[in-house]
Design a protein around this ligand. Structure first.
Ligand code: G6P
Length: 591
């Protein structure tokens, strides 16, 4: 949710370095963008636009003199429409102080009123602009003091960067939204996510909540926002490769990441036995165990609920993280909350974990970004090691999360080896499945249904959350209205939507529910639906058949992958960019 990036260093092309870095963060928000560069003559040059940044090559020609310090922002609108005025950076009326902001200042309205009464002139409808004016008002006390004073008045969640005309300094602060400092030779980067500066350095320092950092040519000084006390930071080396964060030969990140699923599971399979057993013990000793997440991670949590019940005979209750308050009141110090998240920064999930922490419950997080806030506030972490996931629609992180839950459920049943064997076999069948012929077959099905208004997806048992996840994938990238249901629920309402030719995806793995789901397919067909069967075996009721490997407790993995491909193909055939669906962002850091 909004990407922010800054460069401070000896190179005199700061604006272009920030431009390049912002492109790597565009997945976080892409309705508008902007950059502010501090020029050698002291003045700050600002450029901002509505739309995607991808096509812009250079800004250097617009600058009147070279720049060694620049900040940038790619926006996912919260307060104020998508306009050039509302795009970041924002400045005070004299262009002396310039800021970018990710998050929401909850008390901005009263502060704005006060600033207007103080004769400040606002040029946007955003909550963010108040910060530039608040800093500018106190600049006679020096930039750092003015910044601290301003930030102490703000409520809400934020990651902010600020520069000013009078001093050669970059200041950053965070409360609730991520900020990472990359350190190169005499060079500093500040970004919402590592890929922005991965091409320059892998040495990072994490800014924690309620902290700020002041960067000058002499170095970076971290301090507490509350006490002002200096904080020492450790330099950490990260192990992501530049290529992992690039599209390579693929037209989109989404298909690259779908194909990477041939390999990602192997890293999950190697998760240390001791760690899995330790967490399994925690779960089996708990008085209550919940599993939470948002969006796709929420559906993974739901799949996890089935895995624990079916493999370990253990009830682990799924809740959407944004509604966890319902259950949080029942937590005790003996409870466990398992959080699922790719980014580890989703505000709704973090908020739910805060409730769990307050109750003294143990927190286990299953995350992709190991350095994320979620990972750092958890008692135990299970990193999924899927590598950077850039497409907004999650694919490889999804199956890696399901895989780790499969292992954890097996560990809870004291049969971890069986779980590992199952995943090793599953990996083999995914490798066989993901071939060009398979992709072509799905492309031709997508071609036949690409112009429909609605698609239905049904499944029973563990295929119920798989159906909901598949439906989400299809609607978010193709914009075709798609709904996922439990097969048994169909007759209680959704079947009213079925008419001649409505494509209905029927997920029918080789499990206890196969006959029942095929009966549901018949009910749909009797009302005119076009049946797309996703199953290890063909059935008479199917109009189209997408063959899947039979994978027992790993069926959720082998049956979601072809539907990820179908979603991708539908998006591309309908000429939408699947990597950046409208109105969405990869990491949602507001509630
Ligand atoms: C956003 C994304 C979804 C994602 C959800 C949770 O809404 O658009 O694709 O599933 O956040 O993200 P997380 O990083 O917590 O898995």
């Amino acid at each position: 949710m909004c990407g922010i990036f800054a460069y401070f260093g000896p190179k005199e092309k700061a604006a272009d370095i920030v431009l390049k870095g912002l492109k790597k963060l565009e997945y976080r928000g892409y309705d508008s963008w902007g950059i502010a560069a501090k020029q050698k003559d002291g003045r700050i040059y600002i450029e901002k636009h509505v739309g995607k940044i991808s096509e812009v090559i250079s800004l250097e020609d617009s600058l009147t003199s070279p720049s060694h310090l620049a900040i940038g922002h790619s926006r996912w609108a919260t307060h104020g429409g998508v306009t050039q005025f509302n795009a970041h950076p924002h400045a005070d009326e004299n262009n002396k102080v310039v800021i970018v902001h990710n998050g929401i200042f909850e008390n901005y309205a009263e502060l704005k009123q006060e600033l207007i009464e103080d004769a400040c002139l606002f040029s946007s409808e955003t909550d963010s602009e108040v910060l530039a004016h608040l800093i500018a008002k106190n600049m006679d006390e020096g930039f750092e003091k003015a910044f601290q004073k301003a930030i102490s008045r703000l409520k809400g969640r934020y990651a902010v960067l600020a520069i000013c005309e009078d001093e050669d300094k970059l200041i950053a602060a965070r409360r609730g939204s991520p900020l990472i400092i990359g350190q190169g030779e005499d060079t500093y980067f500040v970004a919402s996510d590592v890929p922005a500066f991965l091409a320059y350095t892998k040495e990072v320092m994490y800014l924690d909540d309620e902290q700020m950092v002041v960067i000058t040519k002499d170095g970076a000084t971290f301090s507490s926002l509350e006490s002002g006390k200096t904080i020492k930071k450790r330099l950490i080396s990260i192990d992501w490769e530049v290529e992992e964060a690039e599209k390579g030969e693929y037209p989109h990140f989404m298909i690259k990441e779908i194909m990477e699923q041939k390999d990602t599971l192997s890293r999950t399979i190697n998760t240390a036995e001791a760690k899995l057993n330790e967490i399994a013990k925690l779960i089996s000793r708990s008085d209550r165990a919940y599993i939470i997440g948002c969006g796709t991670a929420g559906y993974v949590a739901h799949i996890g609920e089935y895995l624990f019940a079916e493999i370990a005979n253990k009830e682990v209750i799924m809740r959407p993280a944004s509604e966890f308050h319902l259950s949080a009141r029942f937590l005790t110090e003996q409870s466990v909350v398992i959080a699922i998240s790719q980014s580890g920064e989703t505000a709704d999930t973090l908020e739910a974990l805060k409730l769990a922490m307050n109750a003294g419950a143990k927190i286990v997080s299953i995350v992709n970004v190991e350095s994320s806030t979620m990972a750092r506030i958890s008692d135990k972490i299970l990193p999924i090691k899927a590598g950077p996931e850039k497409a907004v629609a999650s694919t490889k992180a999804t199956t890696a999360q399901i895989a780790i839950l499969t292992l954890l459920a097996h560990a809870s049943a004291n049969k971890l080896d069986e779980g590992r064997q199952l995943l090793i076999q599953t990996m083999g069948s995914i490798n066989d499945m993901l071939n060009p012929r398979y992709e072509d077959h799905i492309t031709s099905i997508a071609g036949n249904i690409m112009n429909v208004q609605d698609i239905m997806v049904i499944g029973r048992g563990i295929s119920h959350p798989v159906a909901m996840e598949a439906a989400m994938k299809m609607k978010e990238v193709s914009y075709i209205h798609t709904e996922g249901f439990a097969g048994g629920e169909l007759k209680h309402g959704p079947i009213a939507l079925i008419e001649e030719g409505v494509p209905s995806v029927v997920i029918a793995p080789d499990d206890n529910f196969k006959n029942e789901i095929l009966s549901n397919a018949m009910e749909l067909k009797a009302r005119g639906a076009l049946i797309i069967g996703v199953s290890p075996e063909n059935a008479e009721v199917f109009d189209y058949w997408i063959k899947t490997p039979s994978a027992k407790h790993a069926n959720a993995i082998t049956h979601i992958i072809p539907l990820q491909i179908l979603a991708y193909k539908l998006a591309v055939l309908r000429q939408h960019n699947p990597d950046m669906p409208r109105n969405l962002a990869k990491s949602v850091t507001v509630k």
